[in-house]
Write a protein that binds this ligand. Structure first.
Ligand code: G3P
Length: 219
């Protein structure tokens, strides 16, 4: 499973990159706005922090023409950029053309199996299924993940299912159980993946016993 951090804050990307297991970053217009800096400068700094990672940056155009124009511009900023395009009829048409031009697309705001199917048909590199927002309206977001993973496998689509809108570590666990390709999550959730109280207790006990015995590694 590839692990991405979902943020527009470069300091969070820098910290997560230090762990050595970060495969990419997803941004969206709201995350960029919350970070309070310019779009291009933010994306380029993230690309420089993770030069071999996959960095998703989103268009804001809603017509085929605007999505194409913005997508080509954003893609030109760095080779590791994947252009985020919304799951709309114009987004699908633009995705077909962008992929024909060799520009990778992350189709975003996907909430249903039919939307996932259309995104795969359009050649999207990633299909961002928003699990948390479906849960937020008392439905089972993970079922859409399950359907998306299944349809991609059934027909051998090249697309990867990217689990987005993750709210807690159990979303990551369930996504992994279903064989989803990528999980993108807030930095806070990423930090939670490391944590378990029994690890803390066990490490303390090891160190206390070692120190009590007056042992050393370097003689
Ligand atoms: O960035 C895409 C997605 O992960 C955002 O979802 O629900 O956390 O705004 P949400």
């Amino acid at each position: 499973m590839k692990l991405f951090v979902d943020t527009g804050r470069v300091e969070e990307v820098r910290k997560a990159a230090e762990w050595g297991i970060l495969d990419g970053v997803t941004t969206n217009p709201s995350l960029i706005a919350q970070a309070g800096r310019g779009f291009k400068e933010t994306v380029l700094e993230i690309c420089s922090i993770l030069p071999h990672g996959s960095i998703s940056a989103e268009v804001v155009g809603t017509t085929v023409e605007d999505i194409l124009r913005e997508g080509r511009e954003i893609a030109s900023w760095s080779p590791n950029i994947v252009v985020k395009v919304p799951m709309t009829p114009a987004g699908i048409a633009a995705t077909r053309q962008l992929t024909r031009e060799g520009i990778r697309v992350n189709m975003t705001l996907v909430f249903s199996p039919t939307q996932a199917l259309l995104a795969a048909k359009a050649g999207a590199t990633y299909i961002s299924v928003f699990v948390g927002r479906v849960d937020d309206v008392s439905s089972e977001g993970m079922r859409t993940i399950e359907d998306a993973v299944q349809l991609v496998a059934n027909y051998g689509f090249d697309s990867e299912v990217l689990v987005a809108s993750i709210r807690h570590p159990m979303h990551v666990v369930e996504a992994a159980r279903l064989g989803a390709h990528i999980a993108t999550m807030p930095f806070k959730v990423f930090e939670q993946l490391f944590q378990h109280p029994l690890t803390d207790i066990g490490l303390k006990r090891f160190l206390d016993d070692w120190n009590k015995a007056g042992l050393r590694i370097f003689e």
